[in-house]
Design a protein around this ligand. Structure first.
Ligand SMILES: [Zn+2]
Length: 297
């Protein structure tokens, strides 16, 4: 009995803390307002964390090159969020979704030293359309949520290595000039240096819970905002929280997107699976990072 109770108490405390965090985040992400104590991360549901964050015991490289199914490509897709120094006061969630600039630099160096070539979603589309060729050892670097630290801390290092990356932003904070997020000028500057921008919805909702109307609005309005502010068409999407099912991917196609990234551990893509590209969340753990590139025996 005592044993059970001692377990129950921390569990309840944890639950209460989660509710508080969710409430704090909910307001922030719906309204794009800035506050003093908001951490640089969204609160991911435990079910997504369990599958997306487990160490790559199933490494990304399912098959060595030359053994792929026809008409397919194999590209590990890395998912970054906040690039900033860790803080002693950070939450577990912040710790998971933050990679320090030092570690990011080390990871880019690993990619460069191992001969990897970062590509963008458009090249993946072109390759599967048969109009372009993949470089040797392709990899895709993706950044979610549009944190300003991505411009301040990740972009200079990407430039240093001559690497391209795609930035998936949700548009509400940008429309409210929230200074903890990227600005339109920052996105345009990065684009002019070879980076790409994709949509990550308007408010970063749980799309599985959105009505059909809300779903359509999240997909079309974010695309329209990006196109109006960046001055070109946008074809690439990343599912908020990685949430996707048949209804959601059909709406993504209907809204005019040609690729969409999940958080599923998978590297192989075909023309048919462009709306369910894989994604590996990268953390501060370097062994987990290099594990993504190990070829399965
Ligand atoms: Zn996100």
């Amino acid at each position: 009995m005592t044993g059970n109770r001692s377990l129950l108490l921390p569990l309840l405390a944890g639950l209460a803390a989660t509710v508080v965090v969710l409430l704090a985040f909910g307001g922030h992400y719906l309204f794009g307002q800035s506050g003093k104590t908001e951490p640089d991360t969204l609160s991911y549901p435990p079910s997504i964390l369990r599958t997306s964050l487990k160490p790559p015991d199933n490494p990304a490289m399912e098959k060595p090159p030359g053994f792929l199914p026809p008409e397919s490509v194999s590209v590990p897709i890395l998912v970054y969020h906040n690039i900033a120094p860790h803080r002693p006061t950070e939450s577990k969630m912040q710790q998971i979704f933050t990679v320090s600039p030092q570690m990011f630099d080390r990871q880019l160096r690993f990619l460069a030293d191992s001969g990897y070539h970062p590509i963008l979603p458009q090249l993946m589309r072109d390759v599967l359309d048969g109009t372009a060729q993949l470089p040797d050892k392709p990899v895709m670097l993706t950044f979610d949520d549009g944190w300003r630290t991505q411009y301040e801390n990740a972009y200079p290092l990407l430039e240093e290595f001559g690497f391209k990356a795609v930035f998936y932003v949700f548009t509400n904070p940008m429309l409210h000039d929230n200074n903890r997020y990227l600005s339109w000028d920052m996105l345009s500057e990065m684009e002019s240096h070879g980076m790409a921008v994709g949509s990550h919805s308007v408010t970063h909702p749980y799309l599985k819970k959105s009505s059909d109307e809300e779903l359509t609005r999240e997909l079309t309005q974010s695309r329209r905002s990006l196109e109006q502010n960046l001055g070109h068409q946008v074809y690439d999407f990343a599912y908020p929280f990685g949430q996707v099912d048949g209804r959601i991917s059909a709406a993504v196609a209907q809204a005019g997107y040609l690729t969409a990234r999940t958080l599923v551990h998978r590297t192989v893509a075909t023309k048919k699976s462009l709306l369910e590209l894989g994604g590996y969340i990268v953390t501060e753990n370097f062994a987990d990072f290099t594990g993504i590139f190990e070829v399965k025996k």
